[in-house]
Design a protein around this ligand. Structure first.
Ligand code: EPU
Length: 302
């Protein structure tokens, strides 16, 4: 079968290009693109990819990704259809959600329902599934903290329930093995709705002031290195703010952000990432590790 023969086309007959689905605005055409409508559809999509021997990447909000341009040798399963975006109260303080729910929508629900414990996530874009997969967080809190359990679909399409204690979360990392998060349940605390909303507003306001949110980006590029100054500070001290490769530029506001200023290619972004790593290595002897996920078009040499 030719590579393009199994690309699922959008309703208008248009090929799916990941640059239209990622906040960084990079990314080419995957071999196969599926947007399952339900959890059963998700299982079917994974069974199909497994049968075809296609590697699978999962996309939530596409907000923490650098995807290469051109033909991509993998399938993308996009968890965002309405059937995977529900929110259900399961107890006085517990909420169960489909993995495709936007973080912002879940936070609005919590504020209205008077449920506290997740306010620190305010201003973090993307979906609940994506946030869990990368253990996203801010202000010392991470999405793994209030998690009670999750449901994972493995690559053969089997549904597996995992209590939070069975998931290994660490700084910006979640070890689940292979599979896709389909649902999650959070345990929160009762709190006055106005207080919850005010705390969220404070966090979101701080983020809007210190992060370059008006340009396409993928959030912080690097993890904060252990036992050292934060990545943003090291990069700033190297004088990298404003450094540009093609259409990609280190933000003038926060040195751990790269902004797509003018149709940057994935190669522009990757070259700039290497410039940043090299500057910090030379000046401070610190190896910066990427926080964003990279989906390469070529297998990466071990
Ligand atoms: N700093 C500079 N120059 C810069 C950027 C930062 O000197 O250009 C300094 C700041 O002044 C501050 C320190 O570095 O003293 C840390 O910066 P900041 O408070 O912005 O926090 P961060 O460590 O850069 C982390 C998360 C953010 C999250 C914030 C708030 C990582 C890699 N980043 O940023 O998350 O919003 O804390 O809690 O852990 C993301 O994950 O995409 C992200 C942006």
């Amino acid at each position: 079968m030719k590579a393009t023969a199994c690309v699922q086309r959008e309703a208008g007959g248009r090929e799916v290009r990941l640059e239209d689905l990622t906040s960084f605005r990079t990314g080419g055409r995957p071999r196969h693109y599926a947007r399952p409508r339900t959890c059963e559809g998700l299982r079917a999509a994974l069974r199909l990819c497994s049968k075809r021997g296609l590697p699978v990447h999962t996309m939530g909000g596409g907000t923490n990704l650098l995807v290469d341009d051109g033909e991509l040798p993998f399938a993308v399963v996009h968890v965002c259809a309405p059937g995977l975006c529900w929110i259900r109260r399961t107890g006085p303080c517990s909420v169960r959600v489909g993995a495709g729910v936007r973080m912002s929508r879940l936070l609005s629900y919590c504020a209205r329902a008077g449920l506290g414990g997740m306010e620190f996530m305010a201003g973090i874009p993307g979906t609940v599934g994506g946030a869990l997969a990368g253990n996203a967080g801010a202000w010392g809190g991470s999405i793994g903290d209030p998690l009670a359990r999750l449901w994972l679909v493995d690559l053969r399409g089997r549904l597996d329930e995992r209590p939070a204690e069975g998931v290994r979360f660490s700084y910006r990392n979640c070890s689940l093995g292979e599979g896709i998060i389909a649902e999650a349940e959070f345990m929160l605390q009762p709190c006055a709705p106005r207080q919850v909303a005010e705390r969220m507003k404070e966090y979101a306001t701080w983020k809007a002031r210190s992060h370059p949110l008006s340009r396409p980006s993928a959030g912080c590029i690097f993890k904060n290195p252990p036992g050292s100054e934060p990545a943003g500070r090291l990069l700033d001290l190297c004088g990298l703010k404003g450094t540009r490769v093609g259409g990609a530029q280190v933000s003038a506001l926060h040195a751990n952000f790269i902004c797509n200023m003018a149709q940057a290619s994935s190669v522009d972004v990757m070259s700039l990432i290497q410039v940043m790593q090299s500057a910090v290595r030379t000046r401070f002897g610190v190896e910066l590790e990427m926080e964003i996920k990279h989906w390469p078009s070529q297998p990466v040499a071990a």
